[in-house]
Every structure is written in C-alpha cells, then in structure tokens.
Design a protein around this ligand. Structure first.
Ligand code: PLP
Length: 454
C-alpha cells in the first residue's frame, strides 16, 4: 500500500510544460510509450512520424541501441563523478577535447551543463565575470532578439524574447534588452530586398546599443537559425552586418547552437553555414542525440585567460553544477559524435535536405501557405490569410494550431509557432520518410482549408 492514495496513472499528477494547464485538465494530452527510428507510438498504439525530433533534438531517432549500450557500460564502470575541485572523469575530458577539435572557430575550453538553458545561463555569468576580470565592470547588459529563444532559467529566459515566457514571471531581468526579430517575410517593407532588410536590422541594433551606451553592453546572443522564433533562417547578409556592429562596439557574441549544432543546417554548425565568429558557443540537444541531458559551452581564448586570471586573484572559479560533465552523459555524447562521423550525418542531411525543402516549397501554391523558408533539415511554413497583402489570420482562428492538430490526426507531429508550422525531423530521416512527411502534411493542410470554406 502506498503512503498516499494517488492513482499512479492519475493524469493530473504532472505539470506539462509550455501547456495550457486548464485546457489540458479538460482535454488531456498525448502520452508516448515507445519509439522506433523516426516514429513514436502513443499509449494507445497510434503511430506518428516525429517531424520535430521531439523538441528539435532526437537527431538519431528513438531506437539507437548503441547509445543505450554505451550508457549501460558506463554506468557499470563509473556511474558518476563530478568536475569540481580539480577532479574529473575520463569521458568529460575526452568529450571536451573532441568538441574543441570540431568547433567552427578556434575555441579554448569547454564547460558542461545538463541543458541548453544552463549553458546559456553559464554564458551570461561569464559575460559578467569576464568584464569584471578585464576591468570593465559596467559592460553588463545583454542583448537578445525579439522571439529569440535561449531557455527557461531566469537569465536564459531574460535574454530570450518570448513574451508568453516573460509575462507574470517578472522577466526579463533589467540588464536584458531586445532587438528586432529578423523575420524578412513578415516584416520587410514593400520592395525591400533581404539585403536591405538585413541592413535595417543591423542599423536598429546599432541604435539600441547607442541608446543604451556601448560601454554598458557586454554581449549579444543569437541562434544561427531561430527555433522558437519559428524555425526561421536569417535573411541574406544578416549575420555579416550584425557582427560588424558587435565588433565596432567590442561586444561579445554568443552563438546559440542548441538546435543548429551537429548537422541540422547541413553543416556541422550553423555558425559555419552563416559565417559566424562567436566568442562563446552553446550546444546541447543533438550533442547526445538527446538520449542523455547534456549541454556544452565553448569559450574563446580571451575569455579563458580572463577566467584563469580572475580565479588566481579570487582563489577559485566559483561556478559549477553537480551533474556538469556527468560521465554517462559524456559517454553517450562521445558515441553520438562517433555515429555522426561513421554515418556521415552531415552528408546525409545535405542529401535529404533537397527533397525535404523542395517538397515544402512546392506547397507555396497551397491557399493556406504564404511562405516557406528552411535550410538543411529545419524549415518553417508560414500560414497566411491573404498572400498578396501579407495579412495574417486573426489570432482567434488559431490557424497554426488547427494545422498542427490535423497533422496529428494524420499521424504527423509538427509544431505550431505563431502562424508558422515548424519541421525539424530526426537527422536520420530517409528520402522515403520525407515523402511520407510531405504527403501527411499536405493532407492536413487540405483538411484545414476545406474546413475554412464551410
Ligand atoms: C536555441 C535554443 N537554446 C536554448 C534552449 C534551451 O534548451 P533546454 O530546453 O535544454 O534548456 C533551446 C530549447 O529549445 C533552444 O531551442
């Protein structure tokens, strides 16, 4: 007999994250029971093509036995050891070296955490620590982007620009500022090219920096391709122009590769795809194919040097997490990276990207679709009420949620973000499975369109 009488399958025991809790209480949700390749099965046995790889993360799908075996072996050998007080474990040391060897730009050191949020939170702390160390203690403000997403710890959510994650959580904290959402299709002016739009974005960033005072701005955070902002690749020349502004005012740049890292954009890093030269880089998700919770923050040499100097002065580098560099998570990540290399996952993404993007682009003719934008195996489909005037659907029509729900009916998991439908299938998706994804998506679009006509 249990100490209290909670039914173990009581559907109200769990708070579901990023969920309308009242609605969920009324209507319930979907509980997954098992996975096979890029497919998942719910507890009723219904099968879904997981076109979001869970939360943009299960890069090797849901049944990679090698990762389970490595985790088991590591648990038998050394199930836990920390990285505090000069100690460590072999797997953490090896993984750090491996990450530095494949970094998109020269990086000096790696810090481990358990989530993307914590990696970005650590980066924020290091922006502050670094500027204290180099004698610029006033350079503490951090600029993110409207609709940017960097996580949910209090600092990571503050640099994020997601209004629904700020409201009533008393976020963002006051040192965090936000510049434009570089969503060309939605926000370009009549006749404005992508390049001109990117110039305007960079000019607005510069205006914000000048308004705040360049001597008070410490860092800028951006994802190469925005995830939570709508699976949205940047406009042409955007990062080139943004980075020039950051350089001009001596502002650190963090590339958030939590979604883009490890092949998603058709290169190992989104930074390579878009020519980013970050001072820090955060990654997670596909680092372990999400079979274990782990994230990494890579830092450049100048930041590393400041950490060393400051810890010598203060007596220690006063930062760390119990599970940062967990040997089981690191072993799984090392095996994941080995699998990527053995199977040439980047080459595979490049190959399947074409049918994936071509197939989605072909849907631009669909009456519900205004725009399609993607790269590698990440894409967003923008739904639009009037394509000519670029007038969106009224929010109460919940058009993207309707399409997402129709997709689920057809056994396809996608994500609705504002008026966009996001796709980030597991990186192992085959051409035949891409075809299946497109067929199911088209059926869902047609179903919603037919529903609107009656
Ligand atoms: C770009 C980006 N950064 C950070 C995070 C936060 O990662 P986590 O949920 O592991 O804390 C996410 C999560 O989706 C993300 O998309």
């Amino acid at each position: 007999m249990l100490a209290n009488s909670h039914d173990l399958m009581d559907r109200d025991s769990l708070i579901h994250q990023q969920t309308n809790l009242a609605d969920h209480r009324e209507n319930g949700g979907t509980i997954m029971a098992r996975g096979e390749g890029i497919w998942v099965y719910d507890e009723t046995g219904k099968k879904y093509l997981e076109a979001m790889a869970g939360l943009w993360c299960a890069s090797l799908g849901f049944s990679e036995k090698r990762l389970a075996e490595v985790a088991y072996k590591q648990m038998l050998e050394l199930p836990y050891y920390h990285t505090f007080f000069g100690k460590g474990n072999v797997q953490a040391v090896e993984l750090a070296a491996k990450l530095l060897s494949i970094a998109p730009v020269p990086m000096s050191k790696v810090l481990f955490q358990c989530s993307g949020s914590e990696a970005n939170d650590t980066a924020i702390k290091l922006v502050w620590y670094y500027h204290n160390a180099i004698g610029k203690p006033e350079k503490k403000k951090i600029i993110g982007r409207i609709r940017g997403y960097h996580g949910n710890t209090i600092a990571a959510v503050s640099v994020s620009g997601q209004p629904h994650m700020h409201t009533d959580f008393d976020a963002p904290l006051s040192l965090f500022k936000h510049t434009d959402h570089p969503h060309y299709y939605r926000f370009h002016l009549e006749g404005e090219t992508e390049e001109a739009f990117a110039t305007r974005m960079a000019e607005n960033l510069e205006k914000l920096i000048l308004a705040e005072g360049p001597e008070t701005v410490g860092a800028f955070f951006a994802e190469p391709v925005q995830g939570g902002g709508g699976a949205l690749p940047p406009p042409a020349t955007y990062f080139e122009k943004i980075q020039a502004v950051l350089k001009k005012y001596d502002i650190l740049f963090l590339a958030d590769e939590v979604i883009c890292g490890f092949g998603r954009t058709g290169e190992m890093w989104g930074s390579t795809t878009y020519g980013l030269k970050p001072d820090m880089l955060s990654c997670a998700k596909a680092l372990s194919a999400s079979y274990q919770p782990i994230s990494a923050l890579m830092i450049s040499e100048k930041i590393d040097q400041a950490l060393v100097a400051q810890s010598a002065k203060l007596g220690t580098f006063g930062h760390g997490y119990t599970y940062g560099g967990h040997p089981v998570a690191c072993a799984v990540a090392l095996e994941t990276l080995k699998i990527y290399e053995e199977r040439d996952i980047v080459g595979h993404v490049k190959r399947v990207s074409k049918p994936f993007l071509d197939g989605l682009m072909a849907l631009k003719d669909h009456p519900l679709v205004g725009d399609v934008r993607g790269i590698g195996l990440v894409a967003g489909v923008e739904l639009m009420a009037d394509k000519v005037s670029r007038t969106p659907f009224a929010p109460e029509q919940k058009i993207a949620v309707r399409v997402m729900d129709a997709c689920a009916e057809h056994g396809l998991i996608v994500r609705a973000i504002m008026d966009r439908i996001a796709f980030t299938p597991p990186l192992i998706i085959t051409e035949a499975e891409v075809e299946e994804l497109l067929v199911r998506f088209k059926k869902a679009l047609d179903q919603v369109w037919d529903g609107l006509k009656v």
